[in-house]
Design a protein around this ligand. Structure first.
Ligand code: AMP
Length: 211
């Protein structure tokens, strides 16, 4: 299956994408992770993306689209993938659909994670991530509860940047409408506990699979 997860930063897309990828054996692709890797490796893409990311703005479409389309064309994406953080604009959504169409494929479902802004600010400014295994903790802990690794806070999870990201990175209405018009959109209540959100997602996936 080919899934896209839509939602503002902090709605839990990354957490759920990881869970689903493990359970279903699908590839989890986070454009945020891919861009952070490019920045760390100081590639040309990383150099171009860095200032946008530091400011909490979107990286220009052409850079992100090229990166993502190149990635999903590799053989390990053949069996299925979960896109976490892509698309974030209507142009990205269309570029994705067109590339899949050329390969005789299509997105099965777009899962839209919905939660109020204040909850997202609270979540993001309390988010700590494990350097070793990627575990996401919702408060500052001495070490990662999953693997004992070191936890760090993302640069762009400081409260000021978080507010900019929420303003600039909510799924735009026209992109949500695009998936709704194509009969692909399903809204997910992202305020629920993690396990309940996973249950909802698995129910939707089951329904889509058997449709
Ligand atoms: P994330 O980890 O998804 O919050 O992404 C971190 C940062 O990477 C974002 O604040 C953007 O600057 C950039 N980014 C990630 N995905 C995209 C995308 N699909 N389009 C544009 N910028 C993106």
């Amino acid at each position: 299956m080919y899934l896209v997860l839509l939602g503002a930063p902090g709605t839990g897309k990354g957490t759920q994408a990881k869970i689903l990828a493990e359970r279903q054996g699908w590839l989890h692709l986070s454009t945020g992770d891919m861009l952070r890797e490019a920045v760390a490796a100081q590639t040309e893409l990383g150099r171009q993306a860095k200032s946008y990311m530091d400011a909490g703005s979107l990286v220009p479409d052409e850079l992100v689209i090229d990166m993502l389309l190149e990635r999903i064309a590799r053989p390990d994406a053949e069996a299925g993938f979960i896109l976490d953080g892509f698309p974030r604009t209507l142009a990205q959504a269309k570029a994705l659909e067109e590339a899949l169409e050329r390969a005789g494929k299509a997105i099965d479902v777009a899962l839209h994670f919905v939660a109020p802004d204040e909850e997202l600010v609270r979540r993001l400014s309390n988010r700590w991530i494990c350097r070793r295994c990627g575990y996401i903790a919702n408060r500052r802990l001495g070490e990662c509860p999953a693997c004992g690794g070191e936890l760090y806070q993302r640069e762009d999870d400081r409260e000021e940047t978080v507010r900019t990201r929420l303003q600039t990175q909510k799924p735009p209405a026209e992109m949500v409408a695009y998936y709704r018009d194509h009969g692909k959109l399903v809204e997910i209540d992202a305020m629920q506990p993690v396990e309940r959100v996973t249950d909802d997602l698995l129910n939707v996936i089951g329904r889509v699979k058997s449709a």
